[in-house]
Design a protein around this ligand. Structure first.
Ligand code: ADP
Length: 160
C-alpha cells in the first residue's frame, strides 16, 4: 500500500489544505493527515479541535486518515508506513523553508521522500493566519474555508 503523510498545523484547515488533501488522495492508496502537536506557533484551536475539524471536512474522502503527532514528521511517517511526505507550495516564500525541511528530512531518513503539490490558483493566497485575522473582525470567511470550519470559527470567536 502506497501511503503518504500530509503534516501541518491546520489551525484551522482552509480550502487550500483541503484541495491538497483531495489531490493527494488521488495519488496514494492512503493519505494520513498529521496534525503537529508541538508546533512553535500558539494555535487558536486545540489539537483535538483541529483533528475533529479535519475528520469532519474530509469525511467524504474514503482513503484519508486523520491523526496527531509529536516530534519529527519523518518519525511519524515511519510509524504510519508512509514513504512520502506531501507538502503544499504556494509562493516562492514557501519554497526556501520547504526546501530546507525536505533536505533535512532526507538526511534524517533517506527512505522517505517529500513531494510537493503546487497550490491551485484559486487558493494561492490563502493561509490559516490570514483567515484568522479576517475572522477576528467578524468578517465572513466562507470563501476561504469549508462551512463547518466557518461555523467552528464563529463559535470560537463568540460571533453570530
Ligand atoms: P505548517 O505550520 O507545517 O506550515 P500549515 O497548516 O500552515 O502547517 O500548512 C501545511 C501545509 O499546507 C504546508 O505545506 C503549506 O505550505 C500547505 N498549505 C497551506 N495553505 C495552502 C494553500 N492555500 N494551498 C496549498 N498549500 C497550502
Amino acid at each position: 500500500m502506497h501511503i503518504a503523510l500530509y503534516p501541518g498545523t491546520f489551525d484551522p484547515c482552509t480550502n487550500g489544505h483541503l484541495d491538497i488533501i483531495r489531490r493527494a488522495s488521488q495519488q496514494f492508496d492512503q493519505v494520513v493527515v498529521g496534525v503537529l502537536r508541538n508546533s512553535a506557533k500558539t494555535p487558536l484551536f486545540s489539537i483535538e479541535e483541529r483533528v475533529n475539524i479535519l475528520k469532519e471536512v474530509t469525511g467524504g474522502i474514503p482513503n484519508i486518515v486523520v491523526g496527531s503527532f509529536n516530534g519529527l514528521s519523518v518519525d511519524f511517517a515511519k510509524s504510519c508506513g508512509a514513504r512520502v511526505i506531501v507538502r503544499g507550495l504556494r509562493a516562492i516564500t514557501d519554497f526556501e523553508y520547504e526546501l530546507q525541511m525536505a533536505q533535512t528530512n532526507r538526511v534524517l531518513c533517506p527512505d522517505i521522500d517529500t513531494m510537493f503539490l503546487t497550490t491551485s490558483l484559486e487558493y494561492a493566497y490563502l493561509s490559516s493566519t490570514t483567515v484568522k485575522e479576517v475572522a477576528a473582525y467578524g468578517t465572513d470567511i466562507s470563501s476561504f474555508v469549508p462551512p463547518y470550519v466557518a461555523e467552528k470559527m464563529r463559535e470560537k470567536l463568540n460571533l453570530q
